[in-house]
Structures are given as C-alpha cells and as structure tokens.
Design a protein around this ligand. Structure first.
Ligand SMILES: *[C@@H]1O[C@H](CO)[C@@H](O)[C@H](O)[C@H]1NC(C)=O
Ligand SMILES: *[C@@H]1O[C@H](CO)[C@@H](O)[C@H](O)[C@H]1NC(C)=O
Ligand SMILES: *[C@@H]1O[C@H](CO)[C@@H](O)[C@H](O)[C@H]1NC(C)=O
Length: 223
C-alpha cells in the first residue's frame, strides 16, 4: 500500500466511524408505552384507550427475542384491581401477587438485582427492568392489588408484540385485541359489550363540545 492509499483508507475508515455515530444519533429511538388502570382501562401502544371489564387472565404484551420469551400477563379481581401479574423476562418468571414480588418461586424484597433483571423503587412505583433489552414494567400497589401498571419498550427492539397493548405502530381493532389476548380459563367472565364505555364517553364529550360551540356562537352573535 502506498502512503497515499493508506491515508485514503484511513480517512475512509474514519468517515465510516463518524458515519455510524451520525446515523446512531439521527436514528431516533422511540419509546412505546402501554398502560392499564384499576378501572379496566387499557391505553395501548397506539390509538385510543379502551375498556375491558373481565376477571379472565389476559396477555398484556408478549414477544420473543433471541429465543427468549418476554411477556406480561394480568388478571383482575372483581374490584377491577390487578390481583395477579406474571412478568416473564428472557424466560425468567416474576409473579406479583398479594403485595409480594416472587422471582423463580422465591419471594424477594425490592430493590433486587439479578443477572438479567433489576427490581427497584421508582418513586411511589416499583419497576422491573430487563438488563438485556430496552423493556420495563412499572406498577403501583394499593391495598387489594395493583391499580396502575405500564410497560415501555423502545423501537430499537424491533420486534412484533401481541396482547392487549397491541402492536407498536398499529392501532388494531379493539375487539380483536381483546379476543386474541384472552387466556384460557373456564370460570372467568368478560362482561359484554366491552367497548361500550368508550363510545358513551365519546358521545358525552361530543355533546359537551357541541354545547360549548353553540354557547360561543350565541355569545358572539349577541355581542
Ligand atoms: C426459553 O424457553 C424456550 C422454550 O422452553 C427455549 O427453547 C429457549 O431456548 C429458552 N431461551 C432462553 C434464552 O433460555
Ligand atoms: C414453582 O412452583 C410451582 C408450584 O408451586 C412448580 O410447579 C414449579 O416447578 C416451581 N418452579 C421452580 C422454578 O422452582
Ligand atoms: C427489523 O426487523 C426486520 C425483520 O425482522 C428487518 O427487515 C429490519 O431491517 C429491522 N429493522 C431494524 C431497524 O433493525
């Protein structure tokens, strides 16, 4: 290699290093969040919130990366609070039940660091975070269950999720999400129609909006 060629090769490799740094910077990492509340409201990754009133177990979100299973399964009590949550991170199961956190059948007190996951206090919440992937689950416990729980994942994960949270870039039909996310259980009940509350709310807000617009109109007409 001549000196000129070496310089050229060197500057090319520099350019590719800077190019990578640049593309890493410009490629935005988007965070997707899905929440559920004690009332039965589910706010999926994309689209409007909806309502599921059921004591059946449901998959909230589920995906696979490098042959490892990742999922969050929920079950509500009759009061709507989450009474059982099963979180699987890279095949390791963590159970949230009766105010306890149980990892691999052993009760743990938070904060707790394990090989591929960390459990820690996050303000009034508790968070379980994967150390392998940009994925976390955060919850708030009250007497009788969990009244708020959310999962976050980042776009760089580049995987397709299923469950009540839906897919990251798609606002899928709610009734399909609910049907496909329900886990098998003979004894549980889902009250139907599950989408009613949202429609009632929408109608209610539309009415208020119309009412306000009419008032504004009549006000400006009298001025
Ligand atoms: C997870 O479990 C599945 C099925 O049991 C297995 O095929 C896979 O190798 C496991 N993955 C890891 C990362 O342990
Ligand atoms: C956890 O306990 C259940 C029964 O309570 C048992 O079936 C399962 O094999 C146990 N798992 C581990 C990893 O010990
Ligand atoms: C995401 O995964 C798909 C297929 O699994 C692949 O075609 C695509 O290039 C990946 N995108 C990124 C940004 O890694």
């Amino acid at each position: 290699m001549t000196t000129q060629r070496r310089i050229l090769a060197f500057s090319l490799s520099l350019a590719s290093v800077f190019g990578t740094v640049e593309s890493l910077k410009t490629k935005e990492t988007q965070t997707y969040t899905c929440r559920t509340f004690g009332s039965g409201i589910v706010q999926p990754f994309q689209g409007e919130s909806y309502y599921v009133r059921s004591d059946c177990p449901f998959t909230l979100t589920s995906f696979n990366v490098n042959q490892g299973e990742y999922s969050v399964t929920i079950r509500r009590g009759h009061n709507g609070l989450l009474v059982q949550v099963e979180i699987v991170l890279n095949n390791v199961t963590t159970l949230l039940q009766d105010g306890h956190v149980v990892v691999k059948n052993k009760s743990v007190s938070d904060p707790c660091d394990q090989k591929y996951q960390h459990i820690f206090k996050y303000g009034i919440y508790t968070r379980l975070k994967s150390s392998l992937l940009p994925f976390s689950v955060t919850w708030h416990s009250v007497c009788g269950g969990i009244n708020s729980l959310w999962v976050t994942l980042e776009s760089e994960l580049n995987t397709t999720t299923s469950g009540l949270c839906g897919k990251q870039n798609v606002a899928g039909p709610r009734d399909e999400l609910i049907r496909d996310s329900k886990l098998h259980d003979h004894k549980c009940k889902t009250s139907s129609p599950v989408l009613q509350k949202n429609d009632i709310c929408r109608q209610f807000f539309q009415e208020i909006k119309d009412c306000v617009q009419i008032q504004q109109f009549s006000l400006s007409a009298t001025l």
